[in-house]
Design a protein around this ligand. Sequence first.
Ligand code: G3P
Length: 217
Amino acid sequence: MKFFIDTANLSQIREAHELGILDGVTTNPSLMAKEGIKGEAAILYHYKAICEMVDGDISAEVISTDYASILEEGKKLAAIHPNIVVKVPMIKDGIKAIKWFSDNGIKTNCTLVFSAGQAILAAKAGATYLSPFIGRIDDTNWDGIDLIAQIANIYSIQGFKTQILAASIRNALHIVKCAEAGADVCTCPLDSILGLLKHPLTDIGLAKFLEDAKKTV
Ligand code: G3P
């Protein structure tokens, strides 16, 4: 399973990258707004900075919702760097646009996915990645991980090539469960990635080893 970081914060991206385990980055308009990135020039510049930092797929989301504008915006984003993946919402014009991008060699990430039916449609259109939002499904008292498993099963039976990119990750356990359920990629906040490090027995064991090591010097 590939690890992406789900943020537009450059210092968090750098920290995850320095761990040596980062395969890519995803962003969305809310994450860009959180960093105070405003205006087309600043947005394009910010994506360029991320691409220069991480050698992996970088999702940049369109904010248009009609076919012609999604194509225009997506082409502009794709021109920033070969690693840009155009992130397109799961709407009718989005699916049409994903098909066009797929036919024209532009990678896509179909976002805001909450059902297996949507996953089938995105795969049929040729999406490179599919982003089911695990945490937001959990928020509605359904199990987001079940959806990952269901889509993984369907894609395997049907031979779809679209990669399942589990999104809206809220904790380290989500990452483990996504790996078990067959996600191809997990995009996570930095805290959830660092949460994988934690185990009290590791801390207790290390303290004991360091204490005993004093007897050996
Ligand atoms: O990649 C989508 C993700 O950023 C949404 O996460 O926590 O806003 O549901 P969240």
